[in-house]
Design a protein around this ligand. Structure first.
Ligand code: 13P
Length: 340
């Protein structure tokens, strides 16, 4: 393990005011989103859509890195270069999602365990040869009657740590993503309790498995009330609860925290990230950035609609959302930016 190189890569993933873009939807998820937007669902439309993303003018000013998926890292852009090369050319570090998805957990109804450790060492070597410099693995924690269980939280934490150790052995920075879902009617306080429990378990396992904390990125959920909770908190309350949870659980050695958006609107995700950076400026030991998928891509996907003629307008919408999040990193996002 090259500790210096891993730390340098992790630092560059959260450098300045920029963030990460998750463009690593699995084929079923990408198809589901295309179907909802009325876009044909096949390998070529997925390639063309992602070509629209990586060739968007100005994207490199907003992103340090982008997360690809197995299909895309093996495809070429319309200009005939690999997606990893196209990203690297505009200063965006290519990464790769390496988990095989969250599947139902045996003996634990309604809970999930993430698969994909089998053959991971070999796949990581292949992805590194294809140009990836970091990886991502997502675990899913679900709310419900008497869940999440300790069994689910602990098993996912162990698997995340085993994945992270393999990544570092291969010279790739692991993004560790324990996503506590927004689905449910639970309160923000309950989300805080479960997120804290999840992240404590995760860091205990990362340490136990010998993972270099200076060479990882944490990708957590924000601490928010469930989508069906009757009481929806203010952005300031969410910012305070989220940063308090991170301060209690994330060691100062970790270079950066990059949030998932989890189904929040683009505007809310930007506003809440901005509130955190504004209210805790100078009081956080790690960079607080973004690694959104839906909160950056959604408007662009609707505008693109599978048609070449819509590419420039879709690219504008994509870069606009990315710029809003760059402002949020500085704590300077305002809703007035949406009218620009
Ligand atoms: P969302 O921002 O759409 O939640 O996706 C982030 C991600 O990468 C989930 O693994």
């Amino acid at each position: 393990m090259d500790a210096r190189k891993l730390n340098e890569t992790a630092q560059s993933m959260v450098a300045g005011d920029k963030g990460l873009l998750a463009m690593d939807e699995s084929t079923p998820t990408a198809n589901k989103r295309f179907a909802a937007a009325g876009i044909p669902q096949n390998e070529e439309t997925r390639r063309a859509y992602r070509d629209m993303i990586v060739t968007a003018p100005g994207l490199g000013d907003c992103l340090n890195g982008a997360i690809l998926v197995d299909e895309t890292i093996h495809q070429k852009t319309t200009a005939g270069v690999s997606f990893a090369q196209a990203l690297a050319k505009v200063g965006i570090i290519p990464g790769i999602k390496v988990d095989a998805g969250a599947k139902p957990m045996a003996a634990h109804p309604d809970e999930k365990i993430t698969h994909g450790l089998d053959g991971l060492r070999e796949r990581l070597a292949e992805y590194a040869a294809l140009g990836a410099r970091f990886a991502k693995w997502r675990a899913v924690i679900t709310f419900g009657d008497r869940i999440p269980s300790d069994a689910c939280i602990d098993a996912n934490a162990l698997i995340l740590a085993l994945y992270a150790a393999l990544c570092q052995e291969a010279g790739l920075v692991p993004i560790v993503e324990p996503e506590v879902l927004m689905d449910g009617d639970h309160t923000m306080e309950r989300c805080a309790e479960v997120t804290e429990r999840t992240q404590h378990a995760l860091f205990a396992q990362l340490v136990a498995q010998g993972v270099l904390l200076e060479g990882i990125i944490l990708k957590p959920n924000m601490v928010v009330p469930g989508l069906k909770c009757p009481h929806q908190n203010t952005n300031e309350e969410i910012a305070d609860a989220t940063v308090q949870c991170l301060l209690r659980t994330v060691p100062a050695a970790v270079p950066g925290v990059t949030f998932l958006s989890g189904g929040q609107s683009g505007e809310l995700a930007s506003a809440r990230l901005s509130a955190m950076n504004a209210r805790f400026k100078g009081r956080m030991p790690w960079a607080l950035a973004f690694s959104f998928a839906r909160a950056i891509q959604e408007p662009a996907m609707q505008i693109w609609h599978g048609e070449d003629a819509n590419v420039p307008a879709a690219q504008k919408a994509l870069v606009h959302r990315a710029r809003c999040n760059v402002a949020a990193r500085r704590g300077e996002y305002t809703s007035a930016m949406e009218k620009q």
